[in-house]
Structures are given as structure tokens and as C-alpha cells.
Design a binder for this molecule. Structure first.
Ligand code: FES
Length: 163
């Protein structure tokens, strides 16, 4: 019998107690993406605050309509993002987000990319230079319209409109 890899064990442990799962009612922004590879979807909400004159992520939460790896990466990512400035968050890639889980198998790489895509999509909804209090409230159906090339080249995800 094949033994469980470190990655599988870490995913299983994370799923036993996933963090920050669920919609965030008072979020400042939300990003929703889907993977053409598997048809899964992931949504990430961000709430900003101001610290030492900089806009930082106060809280992040997610909802995943997808596989266990995406849930595990999103759980880790939403913890990792707390306290990060918008610039720092924008520079995090899927490798970094999934690193706490160990060596991600090639066929699961897109799961982490979906989390990165949702994060970038959420960040792209607000101007990174604005102060926390100037961030516009999430707009119901503008996700698709606001999507721009910054996330489409590297991450194989597509934006999905909010309902
Ligand atoms: Fe598609 Fe994991 S298999 S997100």
C-alpha cells in the first residue's frame, strides 16, 4: 500500500480544522476565480485596516467550490495574509501560498494558483495606493469588467462574476 506523502498528510491535517472559511459580510473587496482545468471555483474576501500609515490586510476569508488542496491552500493563505500590506500580498505567488503544505504534486499546482488568482482578483478591485477608509465597497457585478491582464498571464484562472 502506498504511504501518505507529507503533502497529503499536511492537507489532511489542515482540512481537519480549516481556517477562515466562509463569507465575510463586512469585507472591503472580494475576488472570484475559476479553473478551466477542473471547473472548480474559489472566492476570497479581504478586509483592510491601517497600520503605521499603511493599508494592511486585517482579515481574509474564502469559500471554495473545489478540491481539498484548494481548501487547504486557501486556509493557509488566509492566515498568512493577515498583517500583510497590499504590496506584499500582491507579490505573494502560489508557490509561497502552498509552501506550508510541502511539495505540491504537479497535478495540484493549479489548485494553489487558483488561490493566488482569487487574491490578485480581490486586490485588483481596489487601488493599492488608497487609504483603508477610501476603499470602495465591493460592487456586485463588476468582477469581470475590472479583471485585467495582471492575473491572466501567469495564473490559469478566469474571473467569475459575483451573483
Ligand atoms: Fe482543481 Fe484542485 S483540482 S482546484
Amino acid at each position: 500500500m502506498e504511504s501518505e506523502t507529507d503533502f497529503e498528510e499536511n492537507v489532511r491535517r489542515t482540512l481537519a480544522n480549516p481556517q477562515n472559511q466562509g463569507e465575510m459580510a463586512d469585507a472591503d473587496t472580494v475576488g472570484t476565480v475559476g479553473s478551466p482545468d477542473c471547473g472548480d471555483m474559489l472566492r476570497m474576501w479581504l478586509k483592510f485596516t491601517e497600520k503605521d500609515g499603511q493599508k494592511v490586510i486585517d482579515r481574509a476569508s474564502f469559500q471554495s467550490f473545489g478540491c481539498q488542496t484548494a481548501i487547504a491552500v486557501a486556509s493557509m493563505a488566509t492566515e498568512m495574509l493577515k498583517g500583510k500590506t497590499v504590496e506584499e500580498a500582491a507579490n505573494i505567488d502560489s508557490n509561497e501560498l502552498s509552501a506550508p503544505l510541502g511539495d505540491i504534486p504537479p497535478m495540484k499546482i493549479h489548485c494553489g494558483q487558483m488561490v493566488e488568482g482569487a487574491l490578485k482578483q480581490a486586490l485588483s478591485q481596489g487601488d493599492a495606493s488608497t487609504k483603508a477608509e477610501e476603499i470602495p465597497a465591493p460592487q456586485g457585478n463588476t468582477l469581470l469588467g475590472d479583471f485585467h491582464a495582471s492575473t491572466s498571464g501567469k495564473v490559469k484562472v478566469v474571473p467569475i462574476e459575483s451573483e
